[in-house]
Design a protein around this ligand. Structure first.
Ligand code: OVM
Length: 401
């Protein structure tokens, strides 16, 4: 029984979990670490980094919606917020977060996206028509990378920056949310030059009319946001809008490889594409983790996270918490995946999720009509990243229908 005089609990009372959540071992196979994390309690101390962590669905969700207690402005990585370039949206708290969020949200909402649908459907169909004729397909480079790169930079209105640069840029920034490990080291040499070329793309005169980019600059003209934020939000679209979609499309192919009967279920009723995509985001959690900072001493379960401490939110773990999900490791179109935290939750929930859903729907519809079976065609290899989980290669055969 807890009495009113019970002493305030400190990290001494919070169970510890040894191991490096950003080490190669855990990044390669996070599931055992995540199971232990959930078993230890609603919040644990991670001595490797001197931070706290949460892996259970209920507490992760509650923390994500409680932006007053769990701040983003101090950075959502293990280190303080990025300064050069400073994020225009991700690492801000209200009230600074409000204007950029309210400006961007309608631009990326379902209504405004409808104008892209016919073109994206055509592009997905042309791509899949070509892929079904090949003996071997790499579901990563040929599909999961090819499709977003063929539609999203155009939708922003940037000139062709080169697919490799965009992917490397964003991959490195996602690595920078983690510690300065080998993954960060590896990306450092190429980064400054790529970043400076991308910086040139966010200015208004570099952006094609009618894209998201010029719409953001128009919002600046209307006084909704500053010009600095307009450019910053274009940059955010480039950082957050490509790799994430790439890894979620890769995940959906992996998901169907793991559950061929679910592929047949989708083919039988392609209207299930949207549920399939959300279930794949739950199942794979392409964005695995983000940090928050306690704005005050916060009670989680029967423990207290002291003010100023960082807490790692394990989205991937929450999305496979058996306390919330029946048979969480199975990819199942018959479950209702809504409520997963793969897009986050609360004021920072993924603002681009409707774009991702539309891209996935176009790809899945094109595949469902043309592909009778998706078969493995070689050993896949993982792409390691401090924040993202996905594949480097995923060899498949797309058996024509
Ligand atoms: C940024 C940014 C925004 C959204 C996501 C993200 C997940 C970065 O503005 O830098 O990485």
């Amino acid at each position: 029984m807890t009495s009113p005089e019970a002493p305030v609990r400190t990290e001494q009372q919070v169970p510890s979990l040894a191991g490096d959540p950003f080490g190669e071992t855990v990044l390669s196979d996070p599931f055992e670490f995540q199971r232990e994390l959930r078993e230890r309690g609603p919040v644990v101390y991670l001595p490797e980094y001197g931070v706290y962590g949460m892996g259970r669905y209920e507490e992760v969700r509650a923390a994500l919606v409680n932006w007053q207690a769990f701040l983003s402005g101090n950075g959502v990585g293990v280190n303080p917020a990025r300064q050069h370039p400073k994020s225009a949206i991700l690492e801000l708290d209200p009230p600074d977060h409000d204007a950029p969020r309210h400006t961007l949200e309608p631009l990326l909402g379902p209504r405004r996206l409808a104008r892209f649908k016919d073109e994206w459907v055509d592009k997905a169909e042309a791509l899949v028509d070509e892929l079904v004729q090949r003996e071997h397909v790499d579901a990563v480079s040929d599909l999961a990378e090819a499709f977003p790169l063929s539609v999203f930079p155009d939708a922003i209105g940037i000139s062709d920056e080169g697919r490799e640069s965009l992917l490397l840029y964003s991959d490195h920034l996602f690595n920078l949310f983690g510690p300065h490990n080998a993954l960060v080291e590896r990306g450092q040499a190429a980064f400054p030059e790529i970043a400076s070329r991308i910086e040139d793309q966010v200015h208004r005169d570099a952006l094609a009319p009618d894209g998201f980019g010029s719409e953001l600059w128009e919002a600046a003209d209307h006084g909704d946001i500053t010009g600095e934020l307009a450019g910053g939000l274009v940059r955010s679209l480039l950082i957050a809008g490509i790799d994430t979609t790439v890894h979620s499309l890769g995940a959906i192919i992996e998901a169907f490889l793991s559950a061929p009967d679910q592929w047949q279920a989708l083919r039988a009723d392609p209207r299930r594409a949207r549920v399939a995509f959300d279930e794949a985001v739950r199942w794979a959690s392409p964005v695995q983790t983000f940090f928050r900072t306690a704005s005050r001493d916060v009670v989680v379960g029967d423990a207290t996270v002291p003010e100023g401490e960082k807490i790692l939110m394990f989205l991937g773990s929450a999305n496979r918490d058996p306390r919330r999900w029946h048979d969480p490791d199975s990819f199942d179109l018959n479950r209702d995946p809504s409520g997963h935290v793969g897009f986050g939750m609360g004021i920072h929930r993924c603002v681009g999720q409707h774009v991702a859903r539309l891209e996935a729907e176009c790809v899945l519809h094109a595949l469902a009509r043309r592909v009778s079976r998706i078969e493995p065609a070689g050993e896949p290899s993982l792409h390691l990243n401090n924040t993202l989980r996905g594949w480097k290669t995923l060899p498949v055969r797309l058996v024509p229908a």
